[in-house]
Ligand binder design. Structure first.
Ligand code: ATP
Length: 499
């Protein structure tokens, strides 16, 4: 029995047997329980009493569980809501999460899972049997990104006051209050992992594990073992029990980066684990429940991947309950001074350099006019390199190793400074196409992604120039319509009509 709790829980269900079953299960856990059989009775109890959690059936005689959720939201009530949905009704579950439910359970309710989900909603420890198998080794570190734990929280490290970043921050705070899966969409280097980590740290799971996995970095034949663990002797080389990412992230958050890279077979297994909330290690006979909050990310347009048959629609639906778009740096250039400042301070501190070097006005102007196809990661690399090369404590434009003016059109306000500073001819908007090969003046940390981004920019530019006529835009670059279609699909570019 859980003795640290006197939590009040309200159960709403019109079936007397189920109501009694839930009540009894919760009483055994040491909670104080009230029950209601419809929306009206539930609301009258809620008006006179605060609860820590409300568990409601979706279908009720005088309305729906969503009515209770809406009421709680409108009243600004702090109760965490759990919704019980009919079996196979993914729509209901997604709808409930979008309406603000903390989590959902599917009928027929598995009592072990029921206890686990309620405990999680109440921020309590979980039943012992839900924990990973005792003695199981942690997953192979090679496939886990190192956890960077600094004194500052991830949210504090997420620099930027621009409107798009403020929006991202608000969404982080909002989604951290529930268990709803979150899909982060954004180009490489925009800070998706930092956002995922922030969601974890703001949520009640903060003291637990945050496990970050790059799905594209794991060989296909190892995926199942890495995700779900394995038992000793399951295959040659399995010399001990080993837990997978799911067990390692138990009670915490699992961040699946580049989820679009998972092969279809693994997508099915992942979907099953999410639906059942339990995993079966390779070579094990039974499944064990896991309580994991999932955040996934992709730089690909997953909807386009679904349309192309490369990503399971049902999995996409499950992952994409809440989508946060992490904007590219070029869409939030207002944040550049703050970011430069922060990055320079950090690099100088790590390198023991005093005083922290500053950027000359010319260097600032040049950065401001650069497109940053590799986003914040590219900015970091660029400043790292500049700091290593600079002889004084002022970083000049020449230390950045960028073309005289970036691959993007010079920002209006900076054009004069750029003209004055650049020794070579200044770029104008008309020069930008000719500048493209110079985008890689700084050696990219990930060439393939970098080239994809460059290609994407060129295709978009051509499409815009030719009013989204793919045949004309393709022809201008020596591509047939077929080749153009292929490249656009690969890079997730869509246009409305088939021109
Ligand atoms: N808003 C930001 N403030 C401060 N640092 C940031 C910000 N966004 C990104 N960074 C830094 O940029 C680097 C790349 O960020 P991160 O790994 O989160 O990007 P990502 O979108 O997950 O990239 P990828 O898709 O390639 O994995 C990290 O060092 C991160 O700390």
């Amino acid at each position: 029995m859980n003795n640290k709790t006197e939590a009040h829980v309200l159960v709403i269900d019109d079936e007397p047997d189920l109501r009694a079953l839930y009540e009894l299960t919760l009483l055994r856990e040491g909670y104080v329980v009230d029950t209601a059989e419809d929306v009206a009775e539930a609301l009258s109890l809620l008006e006179s009493q605060r609860y820590e959690a409300v568990i409601t059936d979706m279908r009720l005689p005088d309305g729906s569980g969503l009515d209770v959720l809406t009421w709680l939201d409108e009243q600004g009530r702090p109760e965490r809501a759990l919704v019980i949905t009919a079996h196979g009704s993914a729509e209901n579950a997604v709808e409930a999460l979008k309406a603000g439910a903390y989590d959902y359970l599917t009928k027929p309710v598995d009592l072990k899972q029921f206890r686990m989900v309620v405990a999680s909603a109440l921020g309590r420890g979980l039943p012992a049997q839900a924990a990973p198998a005792p003695g199981a080794a942690a997953p192979a570190p090679a496939t886990r990104k190192p956890v960077q734990r600094g004194p500052e929280s991830a949210l504090t490290r997420l620099i930027g006051d621009s409107a798009p970043m403020q929006q991202v921050r608000e969404l982080i705070q909002k989604v951290a209050r529930s268990m709803a899966p979150v899909l982060l969409h954004g180009e490489s280097g925009t800070g998706k992992e930092l956002v995922a980590r922030s969601i974890h740290e703001v949520s009640s799971r903060t003291g637990q594990a945050f496990v970050a996995v790059n799905c594209g970095a794991i060989p296909e034949q190892l995926l199942e073992a890495e995700f779900f663990g394995y038992r000793k002797g399951a295959f040659t080389g399995a010399q001990e029990d080993r837990e997978g990412f799911f067990q390692a992230a138990h009670q915490g958050t699992l961040f699946l980066d580049e989820i679009g890279d998972l092969p279809l077979a693994m997508q099915s297994k992942l979907l099953r684990a999410l639906q059942e909330r339990s995993v079966r290690p390779v070579g094990a006979v039974t499944e064990s429940p896991v309580n994991v909050r999932l955040v996934s990310a992709s730089h690909k347009d997953l909807a386009a991947e679904v349309a192309a048959g490369r990503f399971r629609q049902d999995l996409y639906y499950r992952l994409n309950v809440i989508c946060i778009r992490v904007p590219p740096l070029r869409e939030r250039m207002d944040d550049l001074p703050l970011l430069c400042d922060w990055v320079l301070r950090r690099i100088a501190q790590d390198a023991g350099v005093h005083p922290v070097p500053r950027l000359s006005p010319a260097a600032q102007a040049q950065l401001q006019s650069y497109a940053f196809p590799g986003n914040v990661r590219e900015l970091e690399n660029l400043l790292h390199r500049a700091l290593a090369l600079v002889a004084s404590d002022v970083i000049g434009a020449e230390d950045l190793g960028l073309p005289a003016a970036g691959s993007m059109d010079a920002a209006d306000g900076d054009a004069e400074t750029l003209l004055a500073e650049a020794e070579s001819s200044a770029a104008t908007a008309a020069d930008s196409a000719a500048d493209v090969p110079r985008v890689a003046a700084v050696i990219p940390s990930d060439l393939v992604t970098h080239l994809d981004m460059v290609e994407r920019q060129i295709l978009l530019q051509a499409l815009e120039t030719y009013r989204y006529n793919r045949t004309a835009a393709g022809a201008a670059m020596g591509l047939t319509l077929r080749q153009m279609r292929y490249r656009m699909a690969r890079l997730g570019i869509t246009v409305d009509d088939d021109h």
